[in-house]
Design a protein around this ligand. Structure first.
Ligand code: 13P
Ligand code: SF4
Length: 352
């Protein structure tokens, strides 16, 4: 539906009043009514770099989810303030790894006598204290656009990787990009003693995958790839690496949201694409490329409900509050967590 014109006007006015003091970041999964006000759009990696590159902005309004706003707070200076328009915009995947669970897993690795050979790598989609854990233990952060380089780096530092919290990104990258076998991977279940694994299994594994997943991308199945191929002859299947391994195996192209956009920008007119990622982005791409047939991989509706919590009324509230000198819904990470999470983020940003 079209945005409410009165709210659009209020957002425009508040943004103009704030001028260069404000910088608005928008993740590709955000609603159209919100993304129109973003100064820059991007995937998690691009947005983290953009936040770090704006020292002049007093306020960063992050239209995305909680872990992204935390990362922006970590990467910006103490005087800058990061705002998340709705504090309920979390991420179910990030919530699947808590600090206590990860500490317990590390103790299991210590008990198995392998902790000093393990490098912890966490996907950007994790809380700041998990990133800090990785920083303290010689590890790093990765995103869907640099997971391969992060894993290559990790295997130069140690023999094994503990990959948090997305088992699918970890498995897909290890098997399809680093050439590891599925037998090299085990899944650590934080709800079972010792992760549901024997010490021998932990010792034999190269990749210890956390049992987490994205509730949106986890809905795509191998059957929906078969179905779309039967329905649209010659279709190209383009999916995000948060999809399950069997889906990614059947796809033609795999990559981050930024990669998905670039692939469609370069696709020839008349080509057909079935895209397996969040629905706001797929709809926007279908509207942007009317000369190409862009459809959703699964025909059931599949928005990310937490991304969608950031809507125009919340954005207007954030911008008008800032214009009135009040900072509402600020995201702050404590100094010790910031220090160690920044160590892990900087290791990612320094990857070649
Ligand atoms: P990217 O934008 O980094 O591909 O991440 C997708 C995602 O799920 C963010 O929550
Ligand atoms: Fe989290 Fe998945 Fe939503 Fe991204 S799309 S914010 S990983 S639940």
């Amino acid at each position: 539906p079209a945005s409410d014109p009165a709210l659009v006007e209020r957002a425009r006015r508040a943004k103009a009043a704030l001028g260069d003091r404000l910088f608005v970041l928008g993740h590709h999964y955000q609603r159209d009514e919100v993304i129109q006000f973003a100064d820059v759009t991007g995937d998690s990696f691009k947005l983290a770099r953009e936040a770090a590159a704006r020292p002049e902005a007093e306020y960063i309004v992050f239209c995305g989810v909680h872990f992204m706003a935390e990362s922006a707070d970590i990467l910006t200076s103490d005087t800058q303030k990061v705002v998340l328009p709705d504090l309920a915009a979390g991420c179910s995947m990030a919530d699947m790894a808590t600090f206590d669970q990860v500490e317990e897993a590390w103790e299991a690795l210590e008990d198995a006598g392998i902790a000093d050979t393990v490098v912890p790598i966490t996907y950007m989609n994790s809380s700041a204290d998990i990133k800090a854990f990785c920083g303290r233990h010689g590890g790093a952060v990765c995103t869907s656009s640099n997971a391969r380089r992060a894993l290559e780096w990790a295997f130069e530092q140690g023999e094994k990787v503990l990959f948090l919290p997305d088992q699918h990104l970890g498995r897909n990258t290890a098997v399809l990009e680093l050439g590891l076998s599925l037998d090299d991977c085990v899944v650590y279940n934080p709800h079972r003693p010792n992760g549901g694994l024997t010490e021998q299994q932990l010792r034999d594994a190269k990749m210890i995958l956390w049992r987490g997943h994205c509730s949106v991308h986890g809905r795509f199945t191998a059957a929906c790839v078969d179905e779309v191929r039967a329905r649209i002859p010659g279709v190209n299947v383009l999916v995000h690496p948060e999809c399950r391994h069997e889906v990614v195996l059947k796809a033609d192209h795999i990559g981050s949201t930024e990669y998905i956009i670039k692939t469609l920008e370069q696709a020839p007119a008349g080509s057909s694409w079935a895209v397996g990622t969040e629905l706001n982005l797929v709809k926007r791409l279908a509207a942007r490329f009317p000369d190409k047939d862009v459809s959703f991989l699964d025909r059931t509706v599949c928005y990310c409900s937490t991304m969608n919590r950031i809507d125009l009324p919340h954005l207007v509230m954030s911008l008008e509050s800032l214009a009135a000198g009040r900072v509402v819904n600020q995201i702050t990470v404590d100094p010790d967590t910031t220090h160690w999470a920044k160590v892990a983020l900087d290791r990612m940003l320094a990857l070649p």
